[in-house]
Write a protein that binds this ligand. Sequence first.
Ligand SMILES: NC(=O)c1ccc[n+]([C@@H]2O[C@H](COP(=O)([O-])OP(=O)(O)OC[C@H]3O[C@@H](n4cnc5c(N)ncnc54)[C@H](O)[C@@H]3O)[C@@H](O)[C@H]2O)c1
Length: 273
Amino acid sequence: MAYNLLKGKRGIIFGALDTNSIAWKVAEKAHEEGATFTLTNAPVALRMGTINELAEKTNSQVIPADATSLEDLENLINQSMEVLGGKLDFILHSIGMSPNVRKNRKYPDLNYDFYHKTVDVSAMSFHKVMQVSRKLDAISDWGSVLALTYIAAQRVFPYYGDMADAKSMLESIARSFGVVYGKEKKIRVNTISQSPTPTTAGTGVKGFNALLDYTDMISPLGNASAEDCANFCITMFSDLTRMITMQNIYHDGGYSTTGVSIEVMEKVLGKEV
Ligand SMILES: NC(=O)c1ccc[n+]([C@@H]2O[C@H](COP(=O)([O-])OP(=O)(O)OC[C@H]3O[C@@H](n4cnc5c(N)ncnc54)[C@H](O)[C@@H]3O)[C@@H](O)[C@H]2O)c1
């Protein structure tokens, strides 16, 4: 059911690679809720993915941009304002990648060139998006900027490696840029900390399926799906959440504040609790 929550709003959605991507679901929902937006991804991902299908479905234009390139971002943001006919109201940063995780480099044995890449792609790019937007004065007052993150920023999880560091930095950027953008233009900046979700990025982490089962067993509501996450993103882009900024909000079925569940204890101990 649609509520027209984003009627008349313009945006940019980063990170839709295929139908499993969280950004893909956000784009579908944003379209249903009346928004117009451009879709973007790294040129190499555009060749591999199926984004044109989504563009057709949501009546949007695809503009390639490597989110680590200031030049690409400037072009993307300028072109988006031109195509959409005005300043932006929302931006979704749904980007993450670690060559160390991909190549299974353990945390005490990181490759530092890879580490730079992880941080640049997964965290610094968020700063770059906002720095370029601010220079171009591209976001309207009360606009909403969101990035997706994971609880490994606060707590240690196996095999998440240097992505944990990148996510900590990403969440810090949301606070530090949020104070500037809030004071200057009432623009909100937040991160959403999502449950493990079966996507290309998610399943690229070793042990992902076990983690998915475990967190589902711990969370009172179970894991939050990509579609649930998209619904939450839409409310964060809407005018109904105007006073939320500089927050990291858990969207995880209650996982982050649960100690342990009876189900997990019984499985581990092999007896009724
Ligand atoms: N899947 C999960 O379990 C999970 C959980 C919590 C948070 N997240 C976060 O959600 C976000 C979206 O990931 P997803 O799970 O939908 O996976 P996904 O693989 O579908 O999306 C990741 C996207 O990042 C893009 N990307 C990589 N390098 C880029 C670059 N240089 N420039 C522009 N784009 C680039 C990829 O092309 C891809 O579209 C990520 O920030 C991820 O860390 C995912």
